[in-house]
Design a protein around this ligand. Structure first.
Ligand SMILES: NC(=O)c1ccc[n+]([C@@H]2O[C@H](COP(=O)([O-])OP(=O)(O)OC[C@H]3O[C@@H](n4cnc5c(N)ncnc54)[C@H](OP(=O)(O)O)[C@@H]3O)[C@@H](O)[C@H]2O)c1
Length: 258
């Protein structure tokens, strides 16, 4: 009897942490591109994945992942829709979310953001998605993240948001502005909340072969696959902490200057 209890105790000690303390990640824009790659990798790592998409009904690849992994759920979310954000936050009320990953983003119409043509409605829309979306998500999910072990709110930025790197090639005004703006928003939020243990950081995926990159007209040497980007991002997301958070960190671990 004694031996039986000891065996049960050992088995529980091994199994329970993995069941009870599986980390949770919420990823926006999970139906394609980098978000889809990250959702798949975290599901395979055994994390609980809350994968959001604007149109779950049309998210075939993501739905196939959910069918394969019990630990991945698909939720509808347009990051510009306040009521959808509120409903999702309410649905997961009481759930500790270790990593909120603001991945969803748009490039916008590249012909509407250059020196010859500046369309302010287009730029406002880019800001809605790339800046106010992540800010609204951070605010709505603050208590969920605060209840977790890791307390990370990470936002996907881009080298195109860097003042320092914008020397030879301009264009993409709205997209560049949005990434520079979200950098500042998250930097300021980190300054406010680091005392409470939050890690509010910026990560970047490299030049990744997704629809967004193809729409930019870039597809030159130096671009990488989603798998290559995701492999690096997993390390970056894992290693960013209260001490290292600061400059945006690229998928290869290099800091991107402001
Ligand atoms: N690819 C690159 O080289 C590169 C470089 C630097 C930074 N990034 C950043 O990485 C992130 C992911 O980009 P990606 O390359 O994977 O682009 P992508 O393949 O175009 O995917 C973008 C994702 O964002 C979603 N999305 C767009 N608007 C949304 C909204 N209002 N609400 C919710 N989701 C929305 C899209 O959903 P739908 O399918 O419904 O449109 C899609 O799932 C973006 O923030 C992007 O700025 C990419």
């Amino acid at each position: 009897m004694h031996k039986f209890i000891r065996t049960i105790t050992v088995v529980l000690a091994v199994l329970l942490p993995s069941i009870v303390s599986a980390e949770t990640i919420l990823i926006t824009g999970s139906n394609r591109g980098i978000g889809l790659g990250l959702a798949e990798s975290y599901a395979e790592k055994g994390w609980r994945v809350i994968a959001t998409a604007r149109n779950p009904g049309r998210a075939e690849e993501l739905n196939a992942l959910a069918a394969k992994h019990d630990n991945l759920t698909v939720d509808e979310l347009d990051v510009t829709d306040d009521s959808e954000i509120a409903a999702l936050a309410e649905k997961y009320n009481g759930t500790a979310i270790d990593v909120l990953l603001n991945n969803a983003g748009i490039l916008g119409d590249i012909d509407k953001q250059n020196a010859q043509n500046i369309d302010y409605d287009e730029i406002k829309f880019i800001m809605d998605v790339n800046v106010y979306g992540p800010m609204k998500m951070a605010k709505a999910f603050l208590s969920h993240v605060g209840a977790s072990e890791q307390k990370k709110i990470l936002t996907m930025t881009s080298g195109l948001g860097s003042m320092t790197l914008t020397q030879r090639l301009g264009r993409f005004y709205g997209y560049r502005m949005s990434k520079a703006a979200v950098n500042m928003a998250m930097r300021a939020m980190h300054a406010d909340l680091k005392g409470q243990g939050y890690v509010i950081g910026l990560i970047a995926p490299g030049q990744v072969q997704t629809e967004l990159l193809f729409a930019s007209g870039f597809r030159g040497p130096g671009s990488i696959t989603v798998d290559e980007s995701v492999a690096g991002l997993l390390n970056v997301i894992d290693s960013v902490n209260a001490e290292t958070v600061g400059l945006p960190i690229n998928y290869d671990g290099q800091a991107i200057p402001w």
